[in-house]
Design a protein around this ligand. Sequence first.
Ligand SMILES: Nc1ncnc2c1ncn2[C@@H]1O[C@H](COP(=O)(O)OP(=O)(O)OP(=O)(O)O)[C@@H](O)[C@H]1O
Ligand SMILES: [Mg+2]
Length: 255
Amino acid sequence: MTATESPTTTTSTLLDFRNVQLTYPNGTIALSGVDLTVQRGEFVTVVGPSGCGKSTLLRIASGLESASEGTATVNTTRVGYVFQDPTLLPWRNVRQNVELLAELQWDTQAVRRTKAQQAIDLVGLSGFEKHLPRQLSGGMRMRASLARSLTLDPELFLFDEPFGALDEITREYLNDELLKLFVEQQFAGLFITHSVSEAVYLSTKVIVMSGRPGHIVDGFDVPFPMPRDPDIRYTAEFAALVGEVSHALREGHGA
Ligand SMILES: Nc1ncnc2c1ncn2[C@@H]1O[C@H](COP(=O)(O)OP(=O)(O)OP(=O)(O)O)[C@@H](O)[C@H]1O
Ligand SMILES: [Mg+2]
């Protein structure tokens, strides 16, 4: 099936978690009573203390884990997933890495090649198709990882701290690139980060989680329009919202 033939979901709610709890086999309760929705057109970012269950939340959304209690519904099969580590195969060049998911879907070589080239162009890696991962910068590796998931033409895109390991300038640059993709490709996003300012800058909504077992303690609609003006970061309104989210995060810590 090519990207253009992939089914488009008609419902506007792409992810719907109701009262989700997850207990790992060793008895660790990672999440408790989580209610969360992601609608088409939304970019939802989750912030919360380390170990509160954010990655667990994404693993449930991607189908790698199942909720122990409650219901976790994802209303699309076109789900992209980008981890903190770019997870590129070191012996494959950029093009071969980006083609990987299309290969696993049994696309023909011509279709794979087209999808991969489109994704490589979208993330700004044109000209680097034949480079191996070790010949790329950290930011470029992350772009390749993004491109690989873009070949799935995702309706729902899950991001687990993808830019956490990058320096601030590269992170801000990639934030802008990601927002451009969000506006152009029209996927819905569920993004995890430790950075409150990154959360506010990227999102239409910021969700604050408590310490483990993680549950949602607060949510903030971000009023700034898309496409977002990079200079918004230096305004008083932006700083005020970052302050409010940070405050909720401190209050919720250990709650
Ligand atoms: N496979 C597992 N088996 C048992 N416990 C686990 C497993 N994976 C995670 N945990 C525990 O579940 C809790 C939540 O882990 P998770 O990785 O979801 O946290 P996180 O919010 O993503 O943390 P960080 O911000 O550090 O990435 C932690 O206490 C962790 O030790
Ligand atoms: Mg994590």
